[in-house]
Design a protein around this ligand. Sequence first.
Ligand SMILES: Cc1cc2nc3c(=O)[nH]c(=O)nc-3n(C[C@H](O)[C@H](O)[C@H](O)COP(=O)(O)OP(=O)(O)OC[C@H]3O[C@@H](n4cnc5c(N)ncnc54)[C@H](O)[C@@H]3O)c2cc1C
Length: 387
Amino acid sequence: MPTDTLLTPLSETQREIQRLAREFAANEIAPHADQWDRDAYFEPALVGKLGQLGFLGMLLPEEHDGLALDTVSYLLALEEVAVADASAAVLMSVHNSLPTQMILRWGNDEQKARFLGPMARGELLGAFALSEPESGSDASSLSTQAVKHGNDWVLTGTKAWVTSGTHAGAIVAMARTDQPGARKGAKGISAFIVTPDLPGFSVAKKEDKLGLRASPTVQLRFDEMRVPAANLLGEPGQGFIYAMQSLDHGRLGIAAQAIGIARAAFEAAMAYAKERTQFGQPILDFQAIQFKLSDMAVRIASARALLHATAAAKDRGENVGMFGSMSKLLASETAMWVTTQAVQVFGGYGYVKEYPVERFFRDAKVTEIYEGTSEIQRIVIARALSA
Ligand SMILES: Cc1cc2nc3c(=O)[nH]c(=O)nc-3n(C[C@H](O)[C@H](O)[C@H](O)COP(=O)(O)OP(=O)(O)OC[C@H]3O[C@@H](n4cnc5c(N)ncnc54)[C@H](O)[C@@H]3O)c2cc1C
């Protein structure tokens, strides 16, 4: 029985989106994923193709050229893309969950009209810039400063770890609008829509990463960058709250990405266990290997069930903050565990680039780190439980 079997029935639309994503990922992404990983190469044409399919506006309303889908459909598509390539999945997850949602939710009519259509169509790639070199889990300690000068905000600072930062055309960046000497903590942070043509914007260091090598992760430098006041997103002082609320949603995307990586590793391990013979029999006939595969499938099914139940509750309008953290925690630790077992099933061949499981193993790790580390998810869950 395949591990993509779902416990909850899918609607016609959900089934169609899953099929579309699976075909696209198998034909347009999977054949290149190993090479892109090896070359740390980002394929710009992928953005246009995802846009044509509607996969960069999955959660946007039709008036902004979006597909107006439910969250489960979106997560099904993300899982399929992540099975082929976790780097392509993170591009989709960040774009759909963070900048587009932030502009939709808190942008004014002019900002929505200017950015959302092009973002949905794949003409503008979105990015999210909260982290800084000295500010990660403690995100409200960020220090990029914004100062009002006439009709502009002047931003100075460095944003770190920006996914898709080399190619992004619309970056939602958080910066302090409180002033030194009158700091307001998290309430002193505002959100800005930054475009790479702004004077003072530059892409600095590109990270040389363990995994997700086909996803460019960069530092962005804002050197007295002049941002028109029209690019302030929502209310001043609310940027941190917007970022946190958006990450609640983003974590569901990362969970789907993690499940996709785990599924790819499981499928590779199952196929290999059938074909590899030792002691005169396929290694699948050894109970030790069967039990590994059983445990992998149990964890994948559990992680997906929690994620989809959370997504369905979110679409019913329920507050799913804690369950979103649980979903991300369970899925990312599942991905790390399953990919480790997959390498073990492959033995020495799991440790070399001839087979893809070493890539899955490297790609899985970051799901325990970004959009809130596993430690931070446990803190969020503990706080919610004890409230
Ligand atoms: C590939 C990649 C892509 C990323 N993409 C983006 C992006 O697009 N936009 C963006 O803004 N950021 C992005 N990030 C940044 C990511 O969100 C941060 O790396 C993450 O939040 C952790 O911050 P940090 O790396 O500074 O680690 P730190 O916060 O320094 O944490 C180091 C360790 O200490 C632990 N720790 C910290 N605080 C506590 C605590 N209170 N209790 C217990 N343990 C604690 C952490 O869990 C971790 O194990 C990305 C990161 C990576 C690696």
